[in-house]
Ligand binder design. Structure first.
Ligand code: NDP
Length: 326
């Protein structure tokens, strides 16, 4: 058995991955977590988390740092690598890192999460990092005294808009409908904030710039088709997420939207011994706490799977002994 083999190989380091790791470590399964490109996952690019039980308010990056430290303290081996290939048809399961390293696991927990969705405009791509961002926490600071826009109508968009008012002079919230998807608390906060101006029934048709940085957005009214421009220095795209499942396509059952399909009431996937937890399989709840809960389930199910494997191995060796005696 090589140094890169573990009984529980966990891919991804959001709340699902770290919780699975902590539970597996405490079950003496010496798990390994491959942390990926963004250790800590999506919560590292959020601001205040106000619904994590026990913490009335905690910054996303702080929460994830504490989870990582907790994992280390209970003996989890954390590896900084990005998995670029997996083979779930062989045993043990194989995952190959960007570094070229091969990792194997008797079980695998997929907790690769989801990533930000973009509008898909060439001008958006051209100005990414030069005024176009999907992370207000990361980039909001650069827009002190400026006018910025946020696209989207969900909790993320509203929270980003609210957060940006800490820096910007004015924040447009561009939403394609006239009803927000965000919850009532966020809607009330939005309505009470004089710095935010919602632009209803509108989509961003183009990101405008001077070749170096963003200078504005062209907006199309979704009902009338009428076009108008707004001068903004930054555009924050907050229109949802896509599950990070490209690696697993063709090897495990995915649904129409690319989320990993799991058995009801379980984290078990279409491959025995492979479990999926968090946003990679959940498009309904998508909360840190539900992801953590699924990570816990995945570790407990992996533990049971390993115990069953061991029981079968022991039983078959008894049979072999019996056969040889006969
Ligand atoms: P959501 O899927 O909830 O919202 C995405 C928003 O973007 C929708 O308003 C949608 O419009 C809009 N949108 C989607 N595609 C496009 C497009 N191509 N062009 C323009 N607009 C588009 O994603 P969120 O990231 O906001 O939230 C994800 C989940 O996380 C949700 O369950 C949310 O409740 C949760 N969350 C909870 C938080 C909290 O509790 N504090 C904080 C942040 C997120 P439309 O409405 O028309 O579909």
């Amino acid at each position: 058995m090589t140094a890169n083999h573990s009984k529980v190989l966990i891919i991804g380091s959001g709340p699902a991955g770290y919780t699975a790791a902590i539970y597996a470590a405490r079950a003496a399964l010496a798990p390994m977590v491959i942390e990926g490109m963004q250790p800590g996952g999506q919560l590292t690019i959020t601001t205040d988390v106000e619904n994590w039980p026990g913490d009335a308010s905690v910054m996303g990056p702080d929460l994830m740092m504490r989870m990582a430290e907790h994992a280390t303290n209970v003996g989890v081996l954390r590896v900084s690598d990005m998995i670029v290939e997996v083979d779930l048809s062989r045993r043990p399961f194989l995952a190959v890192g960007d570094s070229g390293t091969h990792y194997t696991g008797d079980t695998m927990v997929i907790a690769t999460g989801a990533s930000a969705r973009w509008l898909g405009l060439p001008s958006e791509t051209a100005y990414r990092g030069a005024g176009v961002s999907a992370c207000a926490t990361c980039d909001g600071f650069f827009y002190k005294g400026s006018v910025v826009a946020v696209v989207g109508g969900g909790n993320t968009a509203v929270e980003e808009a609210l957060y940006l008012t800490n820096f910007a002079e004015k924040v447009y919230l561009v939403h394609r409908r006239d009803t927000l998807r965000a919850d009532r608390t966020n809607q009330a906060r939005l309505a009470a904030n004089p710095k935010i101006e919602p632009i209803w029934n509108a989509e961003v048709a183009e990101v405008l710039g001077n070749g170096g940085v963003v200078t504005g957005i062209a907006i199309r009214n979704t009902r009338s088709g009428e076009m108008s421009n707004r001068d903004v220095a930054g555009l924050f795209v907050a229109i949802g997420h896509d599950p990070a499942t490209a690696l697993f396509k063709g090897q495990i059952h995915l649904d129409d939207e690319g989320y990993i399909r799991i058995a009801s009431g379980s984290t078990g996937t279409s491959v025995a011994g492979v479990f999926a937890a968090g946003d990679v399989q959940d498009k309904v709840f998508r909360q840190a706490i539900t992801s953590a809960g699924m990570g816990c389930m995945a570790a407990l199910e992996a533990e049971r799977y390993i115990a069953d494997l061991n029981a079968r191995t022991t039983a078959s060796s008894v049979t072999v002994e019996g056969n040889s005696l006969a």
